[in-house]
Design a protein around this ligand. Structure first.
Ligand SMILES: [Zn+2]
Length: 290
């Protein structure tokens, strides 16, 4: 097996520290396999079709926000300045107009969705996420055993939690398009209304190396990809995205994931928060005791 990291960590937050931005980009896995750069997989990358990756029917004319506007505006309330870490680069955005202009394409993904899918079809997903992220940002959850989704969403928690998971599905799908990794069919079906994904798992997580430095911020993990020995097909992806110290981890396995290892957070009113030490542990699925 070969493991490859595609992409970088991007971090936003008023009190940003540079630590950990490239935590996973060098070195090896815990069982000694090398971690390679994205170039090692260039031959497997899917070129963009120019069509929306969700409906595969309309032209891709819009870019989904990497970080949602409501989150950025909330983070900006303190000093009106956001800092982005991306490898050795550090960029600033000043004022709300900087978010709108997005000169450095740090706020939005490249265009990969059609207008209808990115706005009308996914509106319930975006709305559920806004409610959830505002709750997570104001609630100390770092040491909590779980998140009470009945408190977050009230009596409609079942439908709205599925919509929240679909928001993350849309986010992760846009990241896959950006790095040229194929979108699993189950992800499209989940966004279309399926209530489970037999080859993917989504869990709530907290990661020590993210939580410590970036509590008021937002973070995106490196995109972790595993192939077969001959690097001829993708076998596994792991992607995560965080609000403060609480993230959603998505794992996809080409050969499917057994039911007992697939307790989806979006099926439970009080999903537990799985704890990880660092981003490599997240990629490898090695939890630490809570
Ligand atoms: Zn579309």
């Amino acid at each position: 097996m070969v493991e490859v990291v595609v992409g970088h960590v991007r971090i936003v937050g008023a009190g940003l520290a540079r630590r950990c931005s490239n935590e996973l980009m060098h070195g090896q896995t815990s069982d000694g396999r090398p971690i390679l750069g994205a170039d090692a997989l260039a031959h497997l990358k899917e070129p963009s079709s120019g069509l929306c990756w969700w409906c595969r029917d309309q032209p891709a004319t819009t870019g989904e926000h990497k970080f949602k506007r409501a989150d950025l505006v909330r983070l900006m309330a303190g000093d009106g300045l956001l800092l982005w870490g991306d490898g050795s680069d550090l960029r600033e955005i000043r004022g709300k107009s900087g978010i709108t202009r997005d000169r450095y394409e740090v706020v939005k993904f490249p265009k990969s969705l059609c207008e209808s899918c990115n706005n009308k079809r996914s509106k319930p997903f975006d709305n559920a996420y806004d409610v959830y992220s505002a709750y997570v940002a104001r609630t100390p959850l770092h040491t909590a055993p779980g998140v009470d989704l009945k408190v977050v969403f009230g009596s409609e928690w079942k439908a709205r939690t599925l919509d929240l998971a679909r928001y993350y599905g849309k986010h992760f799908g846009c990241r896959m398009v950006r790095t040229g990794t194929p979108i699993p069919a189950s992800l499209r079906l989940f966004l279309d209304g399926a209530i489970d994904m037999p080859d993917a798992h989504m869990a709530l997580i907290t990661t020590d190396s993210i939580g410590k430095g970036y509590e008021p911020g937002l973070a995106i993990s490196p995109d972790f990809v595993e192939t077969d020995k001959t690097r001829s097909r993708f076998e596994r992806y792991v992607l995560a995205a965080y609000v403060g110290p609480i993230g959603v981890r998505y794992e996809w396995c080409a050969d499917g994931i057994a039911d007992e290892q697939r307790s989806q957070f979006f099926h439970h009113p009080y999903p537990i928060i799985n704890c990880f030490e660092d981003q490599l542990a997240v990629a490898e699925g090695r939890t630490r005791p809570s």
